[in-house]
Design a protein around this ligand. Structure first.
Ligand SMILES: [Fe+2]
Ligand SMILES: [Fe+2]
Length: 252
């Protein structure tokens, strides 16, 4: 895993985005859209807001492997980027006239799963959330008419696509050390968990998607495709720094 390139990327990415103005309550979207959108964004905001303590603890257990030297620093920068997303999403929720959440059922399930089954599973669950985020922010970018929110969504989408590539490199490294039968089982359980999560998120955020003119099963279908694409990339030979272009996620 080329942790040097990732560290460079995360450092440089701290200065690539200029935030749009997001004054609290200033969004001009009609209430029929703003209300479900802010409720939905508040759930994603909560998901981005973890401190990463447990993840860093797991990471320290695997960084002794030669090919993972520098991974700890890269993960620290990745967590800082997610925390920035949380702050940006909090501003977006306030911009829409909403308030942030302190607890929500799907977020609690995600956190519990991430924290109880070791480093690969922690990264797998993070990755499952990133794959959903790719679909989610892609839909919001395409369907939401507010320029400031679209810029936020574009920023989050492009970062999440790099996070997917980052986690893919790590998992390829770890799965490469497993026998073929274990890799096959891993792919099976990944597919089941990713699809169940996609359906749950599509249903849980259905009011937001409906306000934007998208049906829950369309969202789930997009998320299934994103999961299959990830599995192909995980198994195939991928060029170094294999980040999918943002434009590809924005294609209708
Ligand atoms: Fe994020
Ligand atoms: Fe992410």
């Amino acid at each position: 895993m080329n942790t040097y390139l990732w560290t460079q990327h995360f450092h440089a990415n701290q200065h690539r985005f200029t935030e749009p103005d997001l004054p609290a309550g200033d969004c001009a979207l009609p209430m029929a859209i703003a209300l479900p959108l802010r409720e939905s964004l508040a759930v994603f905001q909560l998901g981005e807001s973890g401190g990463g303590t447990r993840l860093m603890k797991y990471v320290r257990l695997v960084v002794s492997a030669d090919r993972l030297a520098g991974y700890e620093e890269a993960v620290g920068l990745f967590i800082a980027e997610e925390q920035y997303h949380a702050r940006l999403l909090a501003k977006s929720v306030h911009y829409l006239g909403g308030t942030c959440l302190e607890k929500q059922w799907s977020n609690s399930v995600f956190r519990w799963l991430r924290n109880h089954f070791g480093v690969e599973f922690n990264i797998q669950i993070l990755l499952t959330a990133e794959l959903i985020a790719e679909v989610y922010f892609g839909i919001l970018y395409r369907k939401c008419n507010d320029p400031a929110l679209r810029r936020v969504c574009h920023k989050l989408l492009s970062d999440e696509m790099r996070h997917i590539a980052f986690h893919t490199e790590f998992l390829r490294e770890r799965l490469g050390a497993m026998p073929a039968w274990r890799r096959w089982l891993w792919r099976g359980q990944f597919r089941v968990i990713q699809r169940v999560t996609a359906v749950a998120v599509a249903w849980d955020h259905r009011r937001c998607f409906a306000a934007l003119g998208v049906r829950p099963w369309e969202v789930a279908g997009m998320a299934f495709k994103t999961g299959e694409r990830f599995l192909r990339r995980l198994g195939g030979i991928q060029r170094l720094w294999g980040v999918r272009p943002v434009q590809a996620a924005l294609a209708p």
